[in-house]
Write a protein that binds this ligand. Structure first.
Ligand code: CMP
Ligand code: CMP
Length: 390
């Protein structure tokens, strides 16, 4: 029987699969299942191929159904976990005073502006202070400057944040965060690489590699949820740890309101549809809002450009001079959710067209560096779309 199976596989199944794999390697489609189904139906002249096609069809339907159900279950689990966690934290915050170390007094203990916020007028927050050399402080300041989550913090609070961070060295293989655990701190990487894994029914899947300058462990603090992933050192790493209380007092409110403001909009930007939800949320931290008045030039053809734009509100018009000395022609009208300014960054060339605000416009911008870092995976889509320009 086993031999019969083997012969069947060798003679009938393998030739088809080999061809299919060759096609996959040649075309490398983004969406595997639809491509395979289409290829099989176009090549299903033999009974084996027809059977395979049917099997793949059924399988892909089941897979879609299963993914839907898994997402629903995950969403419900997270809601329950968040609700429970929040209730617990609310209770704790009523009853438990901050740890004694927070009340360190001394020349360098400073008080965060947030402590006097309208939510908590009476309790004075005194953040921890971990001694650092001036050289360490400068190094840390340079790292934090690059972290989008801390972008809106003023210099006073930034100094408090730097004092509150504690150096931590982890060796290769250390699992610092376990998915599902409670989280009470976040980390910024100074040196080394940490890998993030998510457990699913098919086992553990690596979802992100965090390198120097990246932070991780922020989700549990931002949303009072259990750890959403496990994080492990891919090599020896030098990290800076920030505790929940300091994070809550200095960073959380501003970061959450910025994310909330943007997440809903970014979900609807067609260019960003293929991004993972987590990556899209991280993008929120890096975007800056800029307004333009009706008639204002946003981008000038021929100039050097370092900024990428996503249009949130208003209409912008793209015009282009095709032959020097002749008038510019209108080539495109951009609306809510459209983007522009990518060509100068992708090709390292002067602006290929001008863009002006036809009505008052609200845009979100990314610098060249953040564009490369966060939209790197979308370069292929951007290049493909750019080939449609006339
Ligand atoms: P937190 O949930 O606190 O702990 C695990 C961390 O893994 C999480 O915060 C993020 O910083 C990080 N992470 C990286 N990629 C992902 C992802 N795709 N989904 C969830 N968390 C991720
Ligand atoms: P960039 O060259 O950086 O600045 C001008 C932008 O206009 C360009 O990127 C594109 O985003 C956008 N654009 C839209 N249509 C065209 C077009 N036909 N030719 C060139 N740029 C265009």
């Amino acid at each position: 029987m086993a031999q019969e199976h083997q012969e069947y596989i060798q003679q009938k199944v393998n030739p088809i699969l080999e061809n299919l794999v060759t096609q996959l390697l040649l075309e490398r489609p983004e969406q595997l299942a639809p491509f395979m189904i289409k290829w099989l139906s176009q090549n299903s002249k033999t009974p084996a191929a027809a059977a395979l096609t049917e099997g793949v069809n059924v399988l892909s339907e089941l897979k879609v159904e299963m993914e839907k159900l898994q997402a629903e279950v995950q969403g419900l689990e997270q809601q329950v976990a968040c609700k429970e966690e929040k209730e617990e934290t609310d209770d704790e915050e009523e009853e438990i005073a901050p740890p004694a170390s927070y009340f360190t007094t001394g020349p360098r203990a400073s008080v965060s502006a947030e402590a006097y916020g309208q939510w908590n007028p009476e309790r004075l927050f005194v953040p921890p202070v971990f001694a650092k050399t001036e050289e360490q402080k400068t190094r840390l300041a340079n790292i934090l400057k690059e972290c989008f989550l801390f972008a809106s913090i003023d210099s006073h609070d930034m100094a408090i944040l730097i004092d509150a961070m504690q150096e931590k060295v982890v060796e290769q293989g250390t699992r610092l965060i376990n998915q599902g655990d409670d989280g009470d701190c976040l980390y910024v990487i100074e040196e080394g690489q940490m890998n993030c894994f998510i457990q699913s029914s098919e086992g553990e899947r690596k979802v992100k590699e965090c390198v120097a300058g990246d932070l991780f462990g922020e989700l549990a603090l931002l949303y009072n949820c259990p750890r959403a992933a496990s994080v492990e050192a891919a090599q020896r790493c030098v990290l800076w740890e920030l505790d929940r209380e300091s994070f809550n007092q200095i960073v959380k409110k501003a970061a959450i309101s910025h994310r909330e403001q943007l997440e809903e909009f970014l979900e609807k930007v067609p260019l960003l549809q293929s991004m993972e939800t987590y990556e899209r949320s991280s993008l929120c931290d890096a975007l800056h809002a800029v307004s333009f008045n009706k008639g204002e030039v946003i981008v000038q053809q021929g100039e050097i450009g370092d900024t990428f734009y996503i249009l949130e509100e208003g209409t912008a018009v793209v015009t282009k001079v095709y032959v020097a000395g002749t008038p510019a022609k209108e080539v495109l009208r951009l609306q809510h959710g459209a983007y522009f300014g990518e060509l100068a960054l992708l090709n390292n060339e002067p602006r290929a067209a001008s863009v002006h605000a036809a009505t008052d416009c609200q845009c979100y911008t990314l610098s060249r560096r953040t564009f490369n870092r966060l939209l790197g995976p979308l370069q292929e889509i951007l290049q493909r779309n750019a080939r449609e320009y006339h």
